[in-house]
Design a protein around this ligand. Structure first.
Ligand SMILES: [Zn+2]
Ligand SMILES: [Zn+2]
Length: 362
């Protein structure tokens, strides 16, 4: 699968990218070859213009990939393997590949954390998890448990102008008279009561968003991927295939337009926050927010994640390691047997204490 460019000049083996370095090495004879870092800068592209032209004139590339029948991910196969598993859902992948054309990524963060280090992070994470099934523990001990995947993302910039309506609430105190009974006699007392006066407001606020990140696959759990953030997007390097050698690449399953819909949702809380500040007062109620997204630009990028997938009672679970920061996030099943044993042990201990106590008392 590797093109001529990524063959070892000494022995013809497929070169692989070494995490944390700017070189490819040959796993067979050990020779290495540097990646000549491209000097171009990563440009933001105009979102609406690219959509309007249906991507015409944009850099595209062709990839040989297979579609997972379990989760729909479109991934490249590992070089030279006869049987392969989906890194996201552990389904056996068909080795039949199709050639597909995609918008070319503009930038990427290369793998910085090598496999053994990611593996240790995975094991540390698992040790702090109670009641994990034995099969998950065995997985964490397997040296090929983690697969290195370049996961597709979009990032969007936008200047938003939001016209809003709403209500501003200002608190004030009033003195209220009430009747109470003291020694059976009715007496009049006063107390301070807080009230809120509401009035209608409207206005316009501006927000500027830089690199709002959107996961461009539906095969990984969104919430989990979000927890792998932050990524240092200032450290993106221009796209170079050299960094991909020896790793899998997934193609985007969320397209440019759908991706912006997700980005807009991520921008929403910050816009609402700005509106609340603009309204001021002690309380705010938001009415209609009419957001105009201006100057939308985007980048298509790849981010490096070590992924392990695991099936338990026919459900997939994923453990992911951010291959730049080493942060681990995962889903895990609970072993019912282990929980039950722990409960029984607790009951046994309590019964034992009870028996001791009654014996001591008797
Ligand atoms: Zn070689
Ligand atoms: Zn899958």
């Amino acid at each position: 699968m590797a093109s001529e460019r990524y063959r070892c000049s000494a022995c013809g083996g497929d070169l692989v990218y070494q995490p944390g370095q700017t070189a490819l090495t040959c796993p067979y004879c050990g020779s290495s070859q540097g990646i000549t870092a491209p000097t171009e800068t990563i440009r933001e592209l105009d979102f609406r213009a690219v959509l309007a032209s249906a991507g015409a004139g944009q850099a595209t590339l062709e990839r040989q990939e297979t579609t997972c029948s379990g989760c729909g991910a479109r991934v490249t196969l590992r070089t030279g393997v006869q049987a392969d598993r989906c890194p996201y859902c552990a389904t056996h992948l068909s080795v039949e590949v199709q050639s597909r054309r995609h918008l070319q990524p503009r930038g990427l963060l290369a793998f910085a954390i090598p496999r053994p280090q990611a593996q240790q992070a995975f094991q540390r994470w698992l040790r702090s998890r109670w009641f994990a099934p034995g099969s998950l523990r065995r997985l964490a001990g397997w040296e090929h448990a983690l697969q290195g995947v370049y996961v597709p993302y979009w990032t969007y910039d936008s200047h938003t102008v939001t016209a809003y309506t709403g209500q501003r609430g200002d608190d004030y105190w009033t003195t209220e008279t009430y009747t109470t009974h003291v020694n059976g006699k009715a007496v009049q007392r006063t107390r301070s009561v807080r009230r809120t006066r509401w009035h209608a407001v409207s206005g316009v606020v501006d927000n500027r968003f830089d690199d709002t990140l959107v996961l461009a696959t539906r095969s990984l759990p969104y919430a989990l991927a979000e927890q792998l953030e932050p990524w240092n997007l200032k450290a993106l390097v221009p796209y170079d295939e050299g960094y991909l050698q020896g790793f899998r690449v997934e193609s985007y399953g969320v397209d440019l337009e759908a991706g912006f819909g997700i980005a807009a949702n991520r921008m929403r809380p910050e816009i609402a926050q700005t509106v609340r500040r603009d309204i001021g007062g002690d309380h705010q109620r938001l009415g209609n927010l009419d957001v105009d997204y201006r100057e939308i630009t985007y980048k298509h990028i790849l981010l490096p994640i070590w992924v392990s997938s695991y099936r338990h009672r026919d459900k997939p679970y994923r453990i992911m390691v951010n291959a730049v920061t080493g942060e681990v996030q995962g889903e895990r099943p609970y072993s019912l047997v282990k929980i039950l044993l722990a409960v029984l042990a607790g009951v046994a201990a309590a019964t034992g204490l009870f028996l001791l106590a009654t014996r001591a008392a008797g």
